[in-house]
Design a protein around this ligand. Structure first.
Ligand SMILES: [Zn+2]
Length: 366
C-alpha cells in the first residue's frame, strides 16, 4: 500500500535535483533509471521526455497515460525543502517545485506499490500503464514537436499537475494566444529636436492603457507581461518590444480579446505615425470533458470509494492535458495538493500527497 515515508523521501529527493525549464537532463536521467528499476520499459525522445510502459502480468483493458512535468518554473536552483507540521515548503528563498515534483513522486509511489505486489506474488490487477515525464511544460507548452506524441499508446490520460483539495480534477481549460509586438518609432535628439522623433514608449504606453487587460470575464483573461525599450533619457526611443497573452475557455471570446489588443496597438501607432510588427500565435487549445466521459466517471467512482468528494473544476491555465486533447487523448489533470505554485510560498501537505497517491492507485487498479 501507499508508503508515506517513502513517498515523502522520493519527493524530497526529486526537489533536490535542480530542473529549471530547459535543464531537465539530470532529473530525466534519474527518472528514467527509477522507471527501469520499477520494471517499466523506458525510452527518451529527442527533446528529452521520458516514456515508460508497464503492461503487468495481470494487466487488462486499455492503456492509461500517467503524466507529470519534470521542469520547475523560473530559474531557481538549490531548493532546500523544509518540513513543519506536516507541510513541505522551501526555505523561503525559492519556489518548492511541488509543481510538478509532487506529480512525479506520486506516480513513482504507485508504480512502487504495484511492483511490491508482483514481488510477493500477489500482483494487484491494474490497467496497462504508460508513463510520460515531460520537459519545458512551464515555458514551451505548445511548441510543436515538444513531445513525440506518436510514441503514445493510450487514448486516455491523467495529468498529475493541478491544485485544490484531493478529488479536484480539471474538466475544462482555456486556449491561449501569445502576442509578440515590436513598436517602431523614430529616434531623435530629445533635447534639440524632439519633434523629429516618434516616441515608441509613448505609443506602447497608450496602447497598453487602452487595452482590456486582467480579468475580462469568468473564462477570459489577458496580460502584457514583458516590455523593453529605450536607451537613454536624451534619445526619443525608437523601439519597444512587448509580450503578452490572452486566454479563454471560449474560443470566440479569445478571438475577440486578441483582436481588441491588436486594435489598441494599431490605433496608438496610427496616432503617432509609428509602425508595428505584431505576431499572434495560438500556443495551445482549449478542451472540455463531457459529463459522461468514461475517464471522468472512473475518477469520480474511485474518489467516492475512498470517501473523497469528486470536484470537477474549470481551470484558467494550460497543461500537458491541452496538448494531449489535441492529439485525440482524452486527458484530465488531477490535484496533487500543490498550493501557491509559482511563488516562494509554494507548499504541499504530506497528507494531500498521500491521499492523491491512494486515489491514483484506486483509479488504475481493476
Ligand atoms: Zn505544473
Amino acid at each position: 500500500m501507499i508508503n508515506e515515508e517513502r513517498l515523502v523521501q522520493t519527493f524530497l529527493d526529486l526537489v533536490r535535483v535542480d530542473s529549471p525549464s530547459g535543464h531537465e537532463e539530470a532529473i530525466g536521467h534519474e527518472l528514467a533509471a527509477r522507471l527501469a528499476a520499477l520494471g517499466l520499459s523506458v525510452e527518451r525522445d529527442a527533446s528529452g521526455n521520458v516514456f515508460g510502459w508497464l503492461e503487468g502480468e495481470q494487466a487488462a483493458g486499455d492503456w492509461l497515460l500517467l503524466c507529470a512535468h519534470m521542469d520547475t518554473v523560473g530559474q531557481d536552483r538549490g531548493i532546500t525543502p523544509v518540513i513543519a507540521e506536516g507541510v513541505i515548503r522551501s526555505d523561503g528563498t525559492t519556489i518548492l517545485g511541488a509543481d510538478d515534483k509532487s506529480g512525479l513522486a506520486i506516480i513513482l509511489e504507485v508504480l512502487q506499490v504495484l511492483k511490491e505486489g508482483r514481488s510477493v506474488a500477489a500482483p494487484l490487477p491494474h490497467c496497462p500503464l504508460e508513463v510520460l515525464f515531460t520537459v519545458e511544460e512551464e515555458t514551451n507548452l505548445g511548441r510543436p514537436g515538444r513531445i513525440d506524441l506518436a510514441r503514445l499508446r493510450a487514448r486516455e490520460g491523467l495529468v498529475l499537475d493541478s491544485g485544490g483539495p484531493i478529488g479536484t480534477f480539471v474538466i475544462s481549460a482555456p486556449s491561449q494566444d501569445k502576442l509578440t509586438v515590436t513598436v517602431h518609432g523614430r529616434a531623435a535628439h530629445a533635447g534639440s529636436e524632439p519633434e523629429k522623433g516618434i516616441n515608441a514608449i509613448r505609443v506602447a504606453a497608450e496602447a497598453i492603457a487602452a487595452m482590456p487587460l486582467g480579468r475580462i470575464d469568468e473564462e477570459t483573461v489577458a496580460n502584457i507581461g514583458v516590455i523593453e525599450g529605450g536607451t537613454a533619457t536624451n534619445i526619443v526611443p525608437e523601439r519597444v518590444t512587448m509580450k503578452g497573452m490572452a486566454r479563454s475557455r471560449d474560443d470566440a471570446k479569445l478571438q475577440r480579446q486578441t483582436a481588441a489588443m491588436v486594435r489598441a496597438l494599431e490605433e496608438a501607432a496610427a496616432r503617432h505615425g509609428a509602425t508595428l510588427d505584431i505576431e499572434t500565435a495560438r500556443t495551445y487549445h482549449s478542451y472540455r470533458v463531457a459529463e459522461d466521459a468514461p475517464l471522468r466517471r472512473r475518477i469520480e467512482a474511485a474518489a467516492r470509494r475512498l470517501g473523497l468528494e469528486p470536484q470537477p473544476t474549470a481551470s484558467g491555465g494550460g497543461s500537458d492535458a491541452n496538448i494531449f486533447h489535441c492529439a485525440g487523448i482524452q486527458s484530465i489533470p488531477l490535484s496533487t495538493g500543490m498550493a501557491d505554485v509559482h511563488t516562494k510560498r509554494e507548499h504541499i501537505a504530506i497528507a494531500d500527497m498521500v491521499a492523491c497517491a491512494r486515489l491514483l492507485l484506486e483509479i488504475v487498479r481493476q
